[in-house]
Write a protein that binds this ligand. Structure first.
Ligand code: SF4
Ligand code: SF4
Length: 485
């Protein structure tokens, strides 16, 4: 039971046990107001639910005091400890107690109210969804096993997200080899189901049987419905399967939607413009789409045109890789200096998020946060919408040009390639070391990559190429890395 319900429940049990009839209405009110409080975390200041939250908190504690006081009075008077009970004295004492609680309550509520101020929400089909969502691809894993999430650390991230007002959680059948769904199911089970929106995905390159996968996902996530269900990673390799008449994946999803087991259907895309257009010509009744969007990919991966196509079809855009796998949070020295000269106090991440805030059809930005501190920092950037000014946009474009010149291999660290590699190479780790060496001149990372096999063990089979959403020629990169001294 929720702790905020436990106290009035115990008080009620005592009252009923003592046969106290005068308490009935305060007890009911206490339950109702406490219910409001327990469901109002992360509400937006100024909204009706905020008022319910604030007053619900005050009323619940006040009534709790009354119930306790009346119960005590009944007990004292019925037990005969005090023969003549002074009702006037009691009333004065009760009113003073309530007055004190009314003063203390706003202080007691302070932390919650502060959290509620942190997050901006956008309406989506009558529901208020946070503009920042938690992506489930980068939960901290146990040492030497990227597919096994560290539950303790992960739970702290989820708890921090909820307390910062984030109410959108995104995962997928294939993320962290299935452990992301299992972990989110566990971590969110302590919260009421109507307090968060859960999105997951079906990836045809990972499993062909959508019915079996869907049932497994519900079990893993400990839920009986998904708020959002997406075709995962639309691209040139998956479009034929997703649009196949015989397989009829869309038909299955529409049936589930009708049955209330899916609330919204969408897709995530790493497709070329032609593939995206072909897909939307086939069906454009999707409720949302998730695309890779950030100020580098705006031109680099034609994200601008992708965004425009979706907007033309009236499909709201959710964003993944807003920081391009974390690389826009650090940039390089020269690019960072341009932005720091413009806004010395602002973090590099804030530039990336503010760029997205200028795009009206962007609904929610997903960030795969792997530390509670990161959640707090990112959530603080979503407490208001401040799109970049024209001058700031020019500075950002200059920084992007400088950074792209030294960016190296644009790997986002998604790990989609890893499961296909017959040699078991940790491809993103090898690329990270390679980039580090090229950008900073440091050689230690390449020389000390003991956690993975060497790039020279690449069999040049090409299996990884189809999986890479960034269209990296991994095979060529492995060749280059193996020739790097
Ligand atoms: S080409 Fe090399 S890196 Fe890619 S899957 Fe084959 S062995 Fe692995
Ligand atoms: S090489 Fe491509 S598929 Fe592999 S981790 Fe990097 S971006 Fe992802």
């Amino acid at each position: 039971m929720n702790t905020s319900l436990m106290i009035p429940a115990i008080t009620t049990a005592i009252s009923i046990g003592l046969g106290c009839r005068t308490c009935c209405s305060p007890i009911i009110s206490t339950f109702l107001s406490t219910y409001v409080v327990s469901h109002s975390n992360g509400v937006k200041k100024g909204s009706l639910s905020f008022a319910s939250f604030f007053f619900g908190k005050m009323v619940s504690v006040s009534l709790l005091c009354m119930v306790s006081a009346l119960t005590a009075r009944q007990f004292i008077s019925e037990s005969g400890y005090i023969g003549s009970f002074n009702l006037r004295f009691f009333s004065q004492a009760a009113m003073s107690a309530i007055g004190a609680v009314m003063v203390i309550c706003p202080l007691y509520s302070r932390d919650r109210i502060k959290e509620a101020e942190i997050m901006q929400y956008k309406m989506f089909k009558g529901q208020s969804i946070s503009t920042l969502g938690l992506g489930g691809l980068r939960f901290p894993s146990k040492k030497n096993n990227t597919d096994s999430i560290d539950r303790e650390k992960g739970q702290k991230i989820v708890d921090e997200a909820i307390s910062c007002g984030i109410n959108y959680f995104d995962t997928a059948h294939s993320y962290q080899n299935g452990d992301s769904e299992r972990f989110l199911g566990e971590a969110l089970s302590k919260y009421p189901r109507d307090r968060y929106y859960l999105a997951t995905k079906f990836y045809v390159a990972y499993s062909r049987n959508i019915e079996k996968t869907f049932e497994e996902q519900l079990k893993r996530c400990r839920t009986d419905y998904f708020d959002f269900y997406l075709f995962h990673c639309l691209d040139e390799g998956t479009i034929d399967a997703y649009t196949d008449k015989e397989l009829d994946y869309l038909g299955f999803l529409l049936k589930q939607k009708k049955a209330g087991r899916i609330r919204n259907i969408g897709f995530s895309s790493h497709a070329s413009l032609e593939t995206l257009e072909r897909f939307l010509d086939w069906y454009d009744g999707f409720d949302m789409a998730l695309i890779q969007l950030n100020y580098l990919d705006w031109t680099l991966l034609e994200a601008k045109r992708q965004y425009e196509i979706l907007t033309e079809h009236g499909i709201p855009v959710w964003v993944m890789e807003p920081m391009k796998g974390g690389r826009l949070s650090t940039l390089n020295e020269k690019a960072a200096a341009i932005l720091k000269a413009e806004k010395p106090e602002d973090s590099l991440s804030s530039w990336g998020f503010r760029f997205l805030q200028g795009l009206l059809n962007v609904h929610t930005v997903l960030s795969g946060m792997s530390e509670p501190r990161q959640v707090i920092e990112n959530a603080a950037l979503f407490d208001k919408q401040i799109p970049l000014t024209e001058r700031e946009m020019k500075a950002l474009q200059r920084a992007a040009v400088v950074f792209m010149g030294t960016m190296g291999v644009p790997c986002s660290g998604c790990r989609y390639c890893c499961s296909t590699c017959p040699s078991g190479l940790d491809i993103p780790l090898l690329i990270k070391g390679y980039n580090e060496r090229n950008i900073s001149g440091s050689t230690w990372k390449i020389g000390n990559l003991s956690e993975t096999k060497s790039a020279s063990e690449c069999l040049a089979c090409g299996a990884c190429l189809k999986r890479c959403p960034q269209k990296i020629n991994i095979l060529e990169v492995m060749k280059k890395i193996s020739h790097t001294k």
